[in-house]
Each structure stands twice: as C-alpha cells, then as structure tokens.
Design a binder for this molecule. Structure first.
Ligand code: NAP
Length: 334
C-alpha cells in the first residue's frame, strides 16, 4: 500500500486553535456498503496516512470502526491524539445528547471526540435506510429554543472534556443568524453539502466570515448515494466535460479534481470510498500538482444549485416540499 506521511498533509486551524487535516475520510455506507466494508476501508486509510474520520451514530458502523481504531492504537499505527475523530448526534437523541456521545465514545473506543456535531438542526427522525417517501408524523419545523437546548447539552460535554469542538451541520444562514448570538462556545465547523454543482457560496462565505470551518460532504457528488437521494434532475459532477478535461490534463480521475478544488477553495472535503486506490489518491492529491487558477475558475462556473441531500424525509405536516428545509427566501420556514 502507498503511504503518505500524515505530517505532510496540509492542515487548517480551527477557531479553537486546534489543527485539523485538510481532507478526511467519510464513513457513511449509503445503505450500500456494510459496516465491515467501511471499517476495513478505515483500517486501510489509517495505515495509508489519513488522520481525520467523519463518523456518525446513525451510520450504524461505529462499533466496527472502533475495533479498527483500537487495533491501530494497539499496533502503534497511530496514537489516539494523532487522530481527529468526528461524530454526530442523531435526530432522535437531541434530548439525550450525553447518552449519545458516551455511546459513540464507547463504540469508537476513542476516549473523547475531537468534533461532535448536531447532525440535523431539528429532532425529526427517520429510520436508517427508509424510503424517500417516508414521513414521520412527529416531525416539526426548526425551533430556536429546541436547537439551543440541544447545543447547550453539547456545551456541557465540551466543558467536561468529552468533546474538544462542537460542530453544526445542515444549517442555513437564517438559522445561524438566530442561534449564533445565543451560543457560549462558538461552533468550530459546519458540515454542509459542497461539490462543484452545489457550492453554497453565500453560506460558505458567511461561515468563513464567522471563523467557522466549512466541512464539505458529498464532495464527489456521491455517485453511490442511497436511492432515495437520486432524482432525475440531478447532475453528475464527475461526468461534466469540464471536469473530465481538467482531469485529463492532470492524468487523474474527475473525482480527484473535485477534491483538489475543494481543498484549494478552503473547505475540508470528507470523501468516502471502500476502494484502496481511490482513498489513497484522495489523500495524496492534497499534496501535489494543484489546479491552476484558470481551472479553479472553470469549476467555480459549474454551479448548478444541485442539492443532493434534499432532506425530504424530515418534512413536517404542512410543509410544502424539501425547499422548506433550506430557508431559501432568507427566513426560517415554519
Ligand atoms: N452531515 C451530513 O448530513 C452528511 C450527509 C452526507 C454525507 N456526509 C458525510 O460525507 C461523506 C462523503 O459523502 P458521500 O459518501 O455521500 O459521497 P462522496 O464522497 O461524494 O462519494 C463517494 C463515492 O465516490 C466515488 N469515489 C470516491 N473516491 C473516488 C476516486 N478517487 N475516484 C473515483 N471515484 C471515487 C466512490 O464511488 P465508486 O464506487 O463509484 O467508485 C464512492 O463511493 C459521507 O461518507 C459522510 O461521512 C455527511
């Protein structure tokens, strides 16, 4: 296996002063890859030099990944303090944040969490692997006070030292405007969908202006995403002629072009792959042969407002459609 010295992977500095690698590995099996396949990839990834891992309680694979972490620690492949482990509280645990965090720490066998995210800003639950048309009658619109209560539970974990940073995910500017003044510990990062056809420039700029690190999920446009997230109108980022021609110029896969663009733009991409050749190239590409300014501009021009994680399974009764989740008119939709 090809190895990269983790010290050579570029880092970013969080508002907490801590460093974080500029690329990490995603661990969502997309209802297609088993926990064993995902944890085997994590095992390979640590050995090839990855130090940042994006986990979540709802991915259903933290105990298998924890076994892999433990083996890596026992075998001296990496020390705990060298890894940056992220996980997330799922929607049905917003009133039991401590329990969720303690379970993730036990499952991941990692003593503490480097970044603990609120996965979605409301408690609307859907079962893993559910159908795209599934709706839960208990779902409700975003509530500032409910969110702040959940966040304060994270702040308590932060004070106890169980988590080193607090993260938010799937947020919008109107929601951030409403909650940021109410938070004591500033979020260090925001996980959001980011790929060439969905660049969220306004939210990206807002986060950078507020010293909150954008972390980009679905960075390749998730060709292996769950069926429920596939819509006929979706565009495949890595099949666009511009992406293919930049890839050809660098003799790399268009997926790797998307990652180079992400890192050079300033977000932290967290690509997923169970294939060794892919995850090795996804790490290595951050250290060599950058895209030119012109190529960066070409990719900036590929924006198509193509949101892939629409979140329709979280809609509440009375909501119009998935657009209501994203406050597109500049106010929180209730
Ligand atoms: N916070 C949230 O709500 C949220 C939501 C979604 C995702 N996430 C996180 O973001 C991570 C990444 O998103 P994702 O897994 O949906 O999608 P992704 O990383 O955009 O796409 C993954 C797929 O891209 C292909 N790929 C990866 N590297 C490649 C390479 N070098 N060359 C060619 N193809 C490559 C692989 O498919 P092939 O099998 O076709 O090669 C792989 O299955 C997740 O694992 C998860 O950790 C978070």
């Amino acid at each position: 296996m090809e190895r990269v010295n983790p010290a050579d992977v570029p880092k970013r500095k969080l508002n907490s002063g801590e460093e974080i690698p500029c690329v990490g590995m995603g661990t969502f099996g997309s209802d297609r890859f088993s926990p064993e396949q995902v944890s085997a990839a994590v095992s390979g990834a640590i050995r090839c030099g990855y130090r940042l891992f994006d986990c979540a309680a709802c991915y259903g694979n933290e105990d298998q990944i924890g076994e892999v972490f433990k083996t890596a620690f026992d075998e001296g492949v990496a020390e705990r303090r060298e890894l940056f482990i992220m996980t997330k509280v799922w929607n049905d645990m917003h009133d039991r944040v401590t329990e969720s965090c303690e379970k993730s720490i036990a499952d991941l066998q990692c003593e503490y969490i480097d970044m603990f995210f609120i996965h979605w800003p409301f408690p609307n639950y859907h079962a893993p692997g559910c159908d795209g048309d599934a709706r839960n009658p208990d779902s409700r619109p975003f509530s500032v006070s409910e969110f702040v209560d959940t966040y304060q539970r994270c702040e308590a974990l932060y004070k106890k030292g169980l988590i080193r940073n607090i993260g938010i995910s799937n947020m919008t500017i109107p929601k951030l405007e409403a909650v940021l003044p109410l938070l004591k510990v500033k979020p260090a990062a925001c996980e959001m969908e980011l790929h060439p056809c969905f660049q969220q420039q306004e939210l990206f700029d807002y986060l950078v202006d507020h010293d909150i690190q954008p972390i980009g999920f679905r960075p390749i446009g998730s060709p292996t995403r769950p069926e429920r997230d596939m819509m006929p109108e979706d565009v495949a980022d890595i099949q666009l002629p511009q992406m293919r021609s930049i890839a050809a110029a660098h003799s790399i896969h268009p997926a790797v072009v998307a990652l180079k663009w992400a890192v050079q733009r300033g977000q932290i991409p967290i690509p997923f792959s169970v294939k060794e050749a892919e995850y090795v190239s996804n790490l290595k590409c951050t250290m060599e042969d950058p895209l030119t300014e012109e190529e960066m501009e070409t990719i900036a021009g590929l924006e198509k407002n193509n949101r892939l994680v629409k979140g329709q399974v979280f809609l509440w009764e009375g909501a119009k459609d998935w657009h209501d989740l994203w406050d597109e008119d500049g106010f929180i939709v209730k």
